[in-house]
Write a protein that binds this ligand. Structure first.
Ligand SMILES: [Fe+2]
Ligand SMILES: [Fe+2]
Length: 168
């Protein structure tokens, strides 16, 4: 198993996201730097996969978590240089990602909530589902690791322990 891309060996996970992962719209995320050491596709896969593991462990909707996690940053601009007059990047990009994701696949209300609320903390709207909380927290967790050092992988058991306070 590759330490930094454990999802490549997880057929159960891949079966849930394969149709999305194979689209040019998702693959195009690889062209954008997300945090210093990673591109947006690798970031989205990390958030999706680690959120999926936690949701599965907690007997939650791991399919919605995996799919919406993969699509949570489906936008195509460099957030470090593009500025908006109508709002902050934190507010705007989840809305752009949701619009792009809706063009790509049918989304359940839960999947929409996961995408639109993933910046909770920087934005005000409260996540409605436990799965939305998971993706939002894992996004923060992954982002902090991605900006500080080149990604060296996360130990699965340590990650699950860290998020074990999320109860079904
Ligand atoms: Fe985001
Ligand atoms: Fe993200």
């Amino acid at each position: 198993m590759t330490e930094d891309q454990p999802w490549q060996q997880d057929q159960d996970y891949l079966a849930l996201v394969d149709d999305l992962l194979s689209t040019p719209q998702v693959q195009k995320l690889a062209e954008y730097t997300q945090h210093h050491y990673t591109d947006r596709l690798q970031h989205s896969l990390r958030v999706s996969y680690f959120s999926y593991l936690i949701a599965k462990k907690q007997h939650l909707d791991y399919r919605a978590t995996a799919r919406a996690g993969l699509l949570h940053d489906l936008f195509y601009y460099d957030w470090r240089t593009t500025k908006f007059s109508s709002g902050t990047h934190a507010y705007i990009h989840p809305r752009i990602a949701l619009r792009n994701a809706e063009r790509l696949t049918d989304l359940s209300p839960k999947e929409k909530d996961i995408i639109i609320k993933h910046m909770f903390g920087a934005t005000m709207a409260l996540p409605k589902y436990r799965e939305s909380w998971i993706v939002s927290m894992v996004d923060d967790y992954v982002a902090v690791k991605e900006v500080s050092v080149p990604w060296k992988g996360v130990l699965k058991h340590r990650l699950l322990k860290q998020f074990s306070f999320i109860k079904h």
